[in-house]
Design a protein. Structure first.
Length: 509
């Protein structure tokens, strides 16, 4: 689908390179207009999209159910999250924190020598290319976190639809475009394209200034390499996945083993294990394999299998589990299968074996499977954590009096979110959320969830000795947009009621 300004219908055929160029040029033209919009107007566009998605919710969910094998309750919740996120971003940009407006008035007595008038604020990057994810057809797809945060920042978006839910993507895009048109946004501010050729051309296009991606490590690495080969490399905000290791101390294991195993079973099978925050590793004290097997089988007894998102993902899942199962030092703890609706698999290895072969800890199994690692002594855990690659999340299952400072510090080094006595498959959309982590979890040090995601698509510009009437509005002394300003080192916030607040909405990811 190509929705350049003159287009009114969905194109069934993949987008051509020529059509992609038309879409990007139109998006750049729209960006040039949208970048001048005040925060209230920009927020109104986001709110219009949210209202449009709500109005079309029944048809969108019906299409998603038919195309993704995910149930209506899950999809309704995901769409609710998407709508909530748009409204949260609208409230955030009305407050103006993202501008980071900083004003240093000229000071002839500045200790470093006379200081000129310097003023800095964040400005939007330009056209952003966004690649949709297969496992979250609303929350990380057409109007998911990347698209929503890019629009909130003042950028234009060209979205590359995921072929796993092409019909849903087309319908969602039409809803978004109609909502923006009705709200008076510049034509071309959001558009969608399809097909691999268009995706490659999107990454290469000189008017595209950043790429957002959620998907596999292999796919993300291919995009990263392609971006690096551009004459002008651009920022790549890629979320590539992770294993999301969970570490259980001896004290926690002795006190609440059954509870921990029940939570683990529910978390790694949630959504058929197709969440990027699925706990793929569980480190536990050694010597109780038979008891673990019995308790996991009991915890999984009520599990209802379902089809995976696509045949390609099913094949990849079967291959990953088979390769890990057939590695040296790995046993089967709970025997699953690779049926059309696969039953869960739990594998077992030891700390000794993963030291010999750290790759055992780096195999993502995108589906209802996980690996249990038995360790001999709790003092081993920090070093075992050091064998891990970058993670989106890591988790500590521990008691209040456990000495886990060294382990917690190591986990903070390798992951973007560290949990205490919880499970990682719950990612709330909020102000303090961080959904990211060191490579290969992501390719940046930013978050793709929460209000901080907006800042990915901004860059700072300093204006020196500019005439007052030529300064951007956030940097003017009369502050016409009423945004927070740091003036000569002191934060000044506009008086009066805040732009609005929104309660957080927790969603599973």
């Amino acid at each position: 689908m190509n929705t350049a300004p003159e287009a009114t219908a969905v194109l069934a055929a993949p987008t051509t390179v020529g059509q992609l160029d038309t879409a990007v040029v139109a998006a750049h033209r729209a960006f040039e207009q949208a970048r001048l919009a005040d925060p209230d107007r920009r927020a109104g566009w986001l709110e219009a999209i949210a209202a449009g998605l709500e109005q079309d919710a029944a048809a969108l969910v019906e299409t998603a159910v038919a195309e993704t094998h995910l149930g209506a309750p899950r999809l309704e919740g995901e769409l609710k999250r998407t709508v909530f996120q748009l409204r949260l971003f609208a409230a955030e940009i009305r407050q103006g924190e993202h501008f980071d407006a900083t004003i240093d008035h000229g000071d002839p007595a500045w200790p470093m020598g006379a200081r000129p008038d310097l003023r800095r604020c964040n400005v939007p990057l330009g056209v952003v290319g966004v690649f949709g994810a297969s496992n979250f057809p609303f929350a990380f797809s057409v109007m998911g976190g990347d698209s929503a945060s890019a629009l909130a920042s003042g950028c234009a978006v060209v979205h590359k639809a995921h072929d796993a839910h092409a019909r849903l993507a087309a319908r969602t895009a039409r809803t978004v475009i109609d909502a923006l048109e009705g709200a008076g946004a510049p034509s071309g501010l959001f558009t969608m394209v399809t097909g691999r050729q268009a995706g490659e051309a999107l990454v290469d296009h000189p008017l595209v200034k950043a790429i957002g991606f959620t998907g596999s490590t292999a796919g993300g690495r291919a995009l990263l390499n392609r971006i690096a080969a551009r004459p002008e490399p651009i920022p790549f905000f890629g979320e590539l996945g992770g294993i999301n290791a969970v570490f259980v101390t001896g004290g926690a294991w002795a006190t609440r083993r059954a509870e921990i195993l029940a939570g683990y079973a529910a978390s790694f099978t949630l959504g058929m294990g197709q969440f990027c925050t699925k706990p793929g590793l569980l480190f536990v004290p050694a010597g109780q394999a038979d008891g673990i097997r019995r308790e996991l089988e009991q915890a999984l007894a009520g599990f209802t299998p379902a089809r995976l998102l696509s045949p390609r993902l099913h094949d990849g899942y079967a291959d990953a589990v088979t390769r890990l199962r057939d590695s040296g030092g790995v046993d089967v703890l709970v025997e699953g299968n690779f049926a059309e609706e696969p039953a869960p698999t739990v594998l077992l290895t030891t700390a000794t074996d993963v030291r010999k072969n750290p790759e055992l800890l780096r195999q993502e199994m995108f589906g209802p499977a996980s690996l249990v690692v038995e360790y001999g002594d709790e003092s081993e855990l920090p070093d075992l954590a050091g064998l891990l690659e970058g993670q989106l999340t890591t988790t500590l299952q521990a008691e209040a009096d456990d000495d886990v400072d060294a382990l917690a510090a190591r986990l903070a080094d390798i992951s973007g979110r560290v949990l205490w006595n919880g499970w990682p498959t719950g990612v709330t959309v909020s102000y303090a959320q961080h959904h990211g982590g060191p490579y290969p979890a992501t390719t940046s040090n930013t978050t793709s969830v929460g209000t901080a995601a907006i800042r990915r698509f901004l860059r700072p510009v300093a204006y020196q000795s500019f005439p007052a009437q030529r300064l951007p509005e956030p940097l003017r002394d009369n502050n016409p947009w009423q945004v927070p300003q740091r003036v000569d080192g002191v934060w000044q916030r506009p008086s009066g009621p805040a732009a609005g607040s929104v309660a957080t909405q927790e969603d599973k990811q």
